[in-house]
Design a protein around this ligand. Sequence first.
Ligand code: ADE
Length: 355
Amino acid sequence: MIIEDNKIKKQKALTKEHNPFLSASSIKNEDNYEKNIRPLTFDDYIGQNSIKNTLKISIEASKKRNTILDHLLFYGPPGLGKTTLATIIAHETGANIKITSAPSIERPRDIIGILMQLKEGDVLFIDEIHRLNKIAEEILYPAMEDFSIDLTTGKSQSVKTMRIPIPKFTLIGATTKAGALSGPLRDRFGIIHRLEFYTIDELAQIIKRTSKILNFDIDDNGALEIAKRSRLTPRIANRLVKRSADWAIVKGDGKITKQIATDALNALEIDDLGLDVTDRALLNLMINSFDGGPVGIETLAVALGEDIRTIEDVYEPYLIQQGLLNRTPRGRKATKLAYKHLNIKIDSSQLELPL
Ligand code: ADE
């Protein structure tokens, strides 16, 4: 069973904290949409094969030993399936999962309440775990290590600490920034996995699976076209297939073909590499206003009117992966490939001379 923290639900709706890229009104629909197509077993989950295989072994070993699964940390760019893997682990171990996110854990009583409500064997999923505050983190340490929490009562001289046991549980943390996690917290995870970008072929399979579930008519070339423009990310692929299905119904005969997908994605201003308006604005800004860089992330954020975290976590990983942008100690640089992709001629004075 999946229980989502009330607070996180409210927060998603009110502040867009959880996903700054969705409008408040679209969040609920997107959430339901994601839940319906989310695979529940490893067999249905496409990609991340090496993670899947090692997780299966860990789960089987914990079942054979009759112990609880070690705490797990997943990290990597957003949309690659961290929450999905957590729900699969809960499903495969027959556990309930409680889903929350670190920004919604504000006061000590929030984390204490969550921990005290857990039942033996539950999975607790904390998204954006790098944003957990220090006090909550310190409450979590004995909970993770000894399945207990230290409660303090009284004031100043008469302060007393009581250690109370809580049921054994598995914590699954997810983060886009493993480096931002404190050492002591990171060290308490027994299993740590970095999620990788998907291949085009895996994405095409995911798109076909989603289309089948949602009754979309799609051919192989339609799936491939969407896959190529999905930033190697299933969450984006699943969103784009829905937009393409809308286009197919309104502008075509209902089938998502290569032509329909191309027209739908062009209309959304998603180019053949999957870059959207903001990606291109970022690269254009670096090239046209800063001679290709290096330029500081703060400057880029101000000029673009975007949050630094959004640029770092959402836009940059794919641009780096595609070889369009480099992070250097002096700032961000657009690569030659970025000039080529945007059809901008490189000023020869900007070419780096070999050392
Ligand atoms: N939907 C989203 N991610 C998926 C995945 N990795 N496999 C299958 N369906 C998915």
